[in-house]
Design a protein around this ligand. Structure first.
Ligand SMILES: O=C(O)/C=C/c1cccc(O)c1O
Ligand SMILES: [Fe+2]
Length: 313
């Protein structure tokens, strides 16, 4: 088997505002099972699609997509900090391949990433520097956003590139499902936050980092008490989306408009494009089949929380 697909929601609230023990144990079993599956597959390379949350990518220059030849995780919310093990030459070749395939992608020789990248690596392989990883950023919060179709085409091109390498590749899509945590927006933020979104938020002083973290934790507590304090989670939309990924029905998502997703499922639901890109990369190896699936709305994590594993058919 040359490729394994693992899509997984992330939330920085894990360990800060947890659901009741029975739910936490259930999710931990799902993650443990996924980790065992990855371990048995023994990947030689990881392709990791993830968003950023104004920790590494800002409005000074906001690409739709970016591939890193080196990457550093900042360790927000207590997630792992440090350098990812990025195979620079493979990443650079990937950029060229994707460009040649007609998808313009940015390149970073010094990519700064957050929990979106770090959490799935910690959960699925244990460490940031365990297995070589090509990190791929998909802008999922800073409007204007790329479309579902472009995310699919990006994934397809990267999948075709990986298929030339003759390596066992783990393809991870990190993010989603329905959710809208209190991420600031440039159009409505006050001038101090606007400056942060324009780039001064790249390396926040400790106190500001703590305040930012606490603001999200407080919002999660409020959301648990009253699910109208943020955009409600949308299990129905999530299940519909999961079925599209599970069945490889990716092209039907091309017709989903960004506005519709924001309206129905929340503005951070665009993180699901990381699942779309990952599934398209997997499909480039040939037809795939779902092996396992998990879903539960978890207000404590402000997340429609899902996991999906697929293998070649
Ligand atoms: O970084 C933040 O401020 C919030 C991140 C967050 C919260 C809940 C679910 C997610 O997917 C997030 O990235
Ligand atoms: Fe996120």
């Amino acid at each position: 088997m040359k490729a394994l697909l693992q899509c997984l929601s992330h939330s920085p609230l894990v360990g800060h505002v947890d659901p009741e023990p029975s739910v936490l144990n259930e999710v931990n079993r799902v993650i443990r099972h996924s980790r065992e599956r990855v371990n048995a597959f023994d990947p030689e390379l990881i392709l990791l699609f993830s968003p950023d949350h104004y920790n590494g990518f800002f409005y000074d220059i906001m690409p739709s997509f970016c591939i890193g030849t080196s990457a550093y995780a900042i360790g927000d919310f207590g997630t792992a900090a440090g350098h990812l093990k990025v195979p620079a030459k493979l990443s650079e070749d990937a950029v060229q391949y994707v460009m040649d395939a007609g998808v313009d992608v940015a390149l970073s020789h010094k990519m700064q990433v957050d929990h979106g990248f770090a959490q799935p690596l910690e959960f699925l392989v244990g460490h940031l520097d365990q297995v070589p990883v090509i990190p791929v950023f998909i802008n999922s919060v800073a409007v204007p956003l790329p479309s579902f179709q472009r995310a699919r085409l990006l994934g397809d091109a990267l999948g075709r590139y990986l298929a030339t390498l003759n390596k066992r590749v783990l393809i991870i899509g990190s993010g989603g499902l329905s959710h809208q945590p209190p991420v600031p927006e440039l159009a409505t933020a006050d001038s101090r936050i606007q400056e942060r979104l324009l780039g001064s938020g790249r390396n926040l002083p400790t106190e500001e980092r703590q305040a930012r973290t606490q603001r999200v934790i407080d919002a999660a507590h409020r959301f648990v008490d009253n699910q109208n304090t943020l955009h409600p989670l949308n299990p129905e939309w999530d299940q519909w989306f999961l079925e599209r990924i599970a069945t490889g029905d990716l092209m039907s998502l091309d017709n989903v408009s960004n506005q519709d997703v924001s309206d129905k499922a929340g503005k951070s639901t665009h993180e699901v494009k990381n699942w779309v890109a990952a599934a398209a990369a997997m499909a480039a190896f040939g037809p795939y089949q779902e092996e396992s699936r998990y879903y539960r709305p978890i207000p404590e994590w402000i997340a429609g929380y899902g996991a999906l594993t697929a293998v070649p058919a």
